[in-house]
Ligand binder design. Structure first.
Ligand code: LLP
Length: 433
């Protein structure tokens, strides 16, 4: 096993994913290619769904935050696994619709929904809007009145938590483009506006404190603040908030040194504090919604590349260049996110080589990682970067006019194409000349 259960090495010394030989995948489908183990995604959905129901109650619903990885087939998987989804754009909504995802289980996010987004989502019958601000609330209310319907909403609230200091700090996160802060009074003001707005049903509140978080404490802090706010709404407006969306953000293991998180246990711990806070504040337990993205899909994915040049600069460092890079994975360039990589065709050899893995773009910042430990690489080797299922394909670009790789789903020893490789014709298809 390498980092995660579904990644292993076979007798030929090749890396396998879900029992499938990655070297053969590279041969058959070419590189770069994103490979996802479908079984892992389904298993993660079930873990969330079962734990949410068990610890929060039968009506609890996990949503798949589809910004993490979005293509038509993944919405079909999410629907089959009984998930709701979080969509953040007209494009995500359109893709979910194509997959036949049940609209009532869609939560529509975003801090700047356009009038067109609002109209399209209402045409689709999107179940719940997560309203970010007053302007959106007014526009949505007007549209609902025009259509003579009542639209269910949550309001996005900023609890003021900094997940990295472990503390509920009143300034942390208040300075955000998202949501309405409790400490400034803006949260209570928008609650009152929503209660008074025609065509609007205020079903509940939403918060999201951050991403790649391993501690439970910041979630507990956020839940505490949100439940006290629900109690304050009850006291001030006589209105009982029925639904609380606690957002996403649980962490994923990218490196040996990262902890392996038990998501069911994390949900159990969060549920136990939520139940306690509700009792302490004299409010009924709301229906709880969770919104994981990364922890459902990241570990399921790897990216395969072919090694080109291996350049050793004496007294400096070794550069291993591959046939992809920041266009398929911008996360090192953007956030210095660290990954585990290995030579897939010699996965059983010792990792006694240190290198910077470079992409093929004309830009020196186009790196997939620095100080990476690898087997000794040579031109033609297959390099695998692990745990690339989240925020890689969904953040990919065509920088340098490089076509996006395909997305392959592996299940029961068979690989199928979920998104085909882009072609040069695709790249010029929208050019008018
Ligand atoms: N809900 C809301 C409102 C969010 O904004 C996000 C992520 C999620 C749920 C899902 O969070 P997750 O469970 O995936 O941590 N591009 C960055 C990550 C940005 C996360 C944005 N919001 C990255 O590559 O690390």
């Amino acid at each position: 096993m390498i980092l995660h259960e579904h990644l292993n090495v076979n007798e030929q010394g090749h890396l396998t994913i879900g029992g499938v030989d990655t070297v053969e995948l590279a041969r058959e489908f070419g590189t770069p290619a994103y490979i996802l183990d479908e079984t892992v995604i389904r298993k993660n959905c079930r873990t969330y769904r079962d734990a949410a129901r068990r610890y929060f109650g039968e009506d609890a619903l996990p949503l798949y935050a589809s910004k993490a990885l979005c293509f038509t087939e993944i919405y079909r998987l999410a629907a089959e696994e009984g998930m709701g989804i979080d969509c953040v754009s007209g494009g995500e909504l359109y893709t979910a619709k194509k997959a036949g995802f049940p609209a009532e289980r869609i939560y529509f996010h975003g801090n700047n929904k356009t009038d067109r987004d609002i109209a399209d989502a209402m045409d689709m019958g999107v179940g719940t809007f997560v309203v970010d601000n007053r302007e959106e609330l007014a526009a949505l209310s007007a549209e609902a009145v025009r259509r003579n319907v009542t639209q269910r909403i949550l309001l996005r609230i900023t609890p003021g938590i900094d997940p990295h200091t472990h503390r509920a700090v009143v300034t942390g996160n208040v300075d955000s483009k998202f949501g309405n802060a409790i400490v400034t009074g803006q949260a209570m003001a928008i609650v009152k506006e929503a209660l008074a707005a025609p065509g609007i049903h205020l079903a509940g509140l939403h918060c999201h404190i951050g991403s790649q978080i391993f501690d439970i404490e910041p979630f507990a802090d956020a839940a505490d603040i949100m439940i006290r706010f629900i109690a304050a709404i009850k006291a001030e407006c006589g209105y009982e908030i029925g639904e609380l969306n606690l957002g996403g953000g649980l962490g994923v293991r990218y490196l040996d040194t990262d902890p392996a998180m038990d998501y069911a246990d994390a949900i159990r711990q969060i549920a136990s504090v939520v139940t306690g806070f509700c009792q302490a504040n004299g409010i009924a337990m709301p229906r709880v919604i969770l919104e994981p993205g990364r922890s459902l899909v990241a570990a399921a994915g790897i990216t395969l590349y072919t090694v080109g040049s291996v350049k050793e600069i004496p007294n400096f460092r070794n550069y291993v260049s591959v046939d992809g890079g920041m266009p398929d994975n911008p996360r090192y360039a953007l956030y210095q996110s660290r990954y585990t990589a290995l030579i897939a065709n010699r996965a059983d050899a010792p990792k006694n080589y240190r290198a910077t893995i470079a992409g093929r773009c004309c830009e020196s910042g186009d790196l997939l990682g620095e100080n990476m430990e690898l087997q000794i690489p040579k031109r033609g080797d297959i390099l695998a970067v692990l745990v690339t299922g989240a925020y890689n394909y969904s953040m990919a670009s065509n920088y340098n006019r490089i076509p996006r790789p395909p997305v392959l789903l592996v299940k029961d020893g068979i690989a199928r194409v979920a998104v085909r490789r882009e072609t040069y014709e695709d790249l010029t298809a929208r050019d008018i000349f």
